[in-house]
Design a binder for this molecule. Structure first.
Ligand code: ATP
Length: 352
């Protein structure tokens, strides 16, 4: 236990806008009860930052995120015409893999009660290039969709490695190569090239429209799904709907040098400031961060504590059918984490 406590992790916090700071506070409140030490540094990004500093993503924030052991990101409101802070961070830090675990949770009303799969979304290219231009004197517009063999192979490899790491035996590539023959043609070819080096893992491919349907009718067929940027964004929100909504799904943005962890949901301006946002996705994002830092046992304990609260169903936010505030739910998770810690100590599992 003392060993763990002697490590101090440098974490950059980017709370952002809307419910971002609310769920961030909640997650930090829970993390305080973990057996780890964190040196937090707060950084600005998003719409409020734009009004205060004239930019949605100051260079200083990027530097702080680069230097940290990991970054926790809440959510930002991106106003039309402004540079997206999160897309910029993913790009400049080369956080090419976006990992989204989709899981049914005990006690949470959801369409399926036993889902447990991953969506791996390519983060660095695709339709999120931000390159659009008007044509026909503004009567039309074109968006650039860049797909490269390198980035496609890199994300497919990440997906197969994720399958191995988590004991899955199938990876599904999702694309639309019958229509997007060149761009998704490259993605598809890259997938099969990579699949050849993983003979122990089944590989399959599926068009994105069919995948959208199977996500609803037969989601159990997915174990690890790998796809390009926009398709991954849409399919993971769809999948969030299967497991209790956007408040439930965390994500990890991983590169070779850095990791940034954020809920899949956005800043939800409609519920911001009311203290009713579900903190689950942010708490689970913190748990993914602990895994990234190699703190698997602390991550497990955090999830165990959260699952206890969900299973009991007494202290939940409104979207989960409860009446509790964000902070109250977080305090309950923290209480449970303290108990999980005590139980682990009693069982002598600390330090093993
Ligand atoms: P963005 O464009 O950044 O994704 P958005 O407002 O369009 O932002 P989200 O913020 O992802 O979309 O959320 C969509 C809706 O889902 C919200 O308006 C809100 O009602 C609900 N929602 C999202 N996150 C949560 C949460 N943590 N707790 C409760 N409800 C949430």
């Amino acid at each position: 236990m003392d060993d763990i406590k002697s490590i101090m992790y440098r974490i950059t916090l980017i709370p952002g806008d809307g419910i971002g700071p609310e769920v961030m506070d909640a997650a930090l409140h829970v993390l305080e009860a973990s057996n780890l030490k964190f040196d937090y540094q707060k950084a600005w990004a998003g719409n409020a930052c734009f009004h205060a500093m004239g930019t949605t993503i100051p260079d200083e924030t990027i530097e702080m995120a680069r230097k940290a052991d990991a970054t926790l990101f809440g959510a930002v409101t991106t106003v039309s015409g402004q540079k997206s802070a999160i897309i910029t961070l993913r790009k400049v830090m080369n956080l090419y893999a976006n990992l989204r675990p989709l899981k049914s949770y005990p006690g949470v009303k959801s369409i399926y009660s036993d889902l447990d799969f991953f969506i791996v979304r390519e983060n660095s290219e695709g339709l999120y290039s931000g390159k659009e231009e008007y044509i026909m004197g503004g009567e039309g517009a074109i968006a650039l969709r860049k797909i490269t063999r390198n980035a496609s192979e890199r994300i497919c490899r990440f997906a197969f490695e994720q399958a191995i790491k988590t004991g899955r035996n199938k990876v599904t590539a999702v694309h639309k190569a019958n229509v997007l023959r060149k761009t998704d043609g490259i993605f598809r070819k890259a997938f099969w090239n990579v699949a050849d080096s993983y003979p122990g893992i089944d590989a399959e491919e599926m068009y994105v429209d069919a995948a959208a349907m199977f996500m609803i009718t037969q989601p159990h067929r997915f174990q690890v799904l790998v796809t390009t940027n926009l398709f991954g964004d849409i399919l993971s929100d769809e999948a969030a709907g299967l497991v209790g909504g956007l408040g439930m799904v965390p994500s990890a943005n991983i590169g070779d040098e850095n990791g940034l962890f954020e809920p899949v949901h956005g800043s939800a301006p409609d519920i911001a400031g009311q203290g009713i946002a579900n903190p689950t996705a942010m708490i689970l994002s913190a748990s993914l961060m602990l895994q990234y830092l190699g703190e698997y046992r602390e991550s497990l304990k955090l999830e165990e504590a959260l699952f206890k609260v969900l299973r009991e169903g007494k202290v939940l936010t409104q979207d989960l059918g409860g009446t509790s505030s964000t902070q109250k739910m977080a305090s309950e998770v923290r209480k449970k984490l303290e108990k999980v810690n005590r139980d682990y100590s009693k069982m002598g599992r600390e330090g093993t």
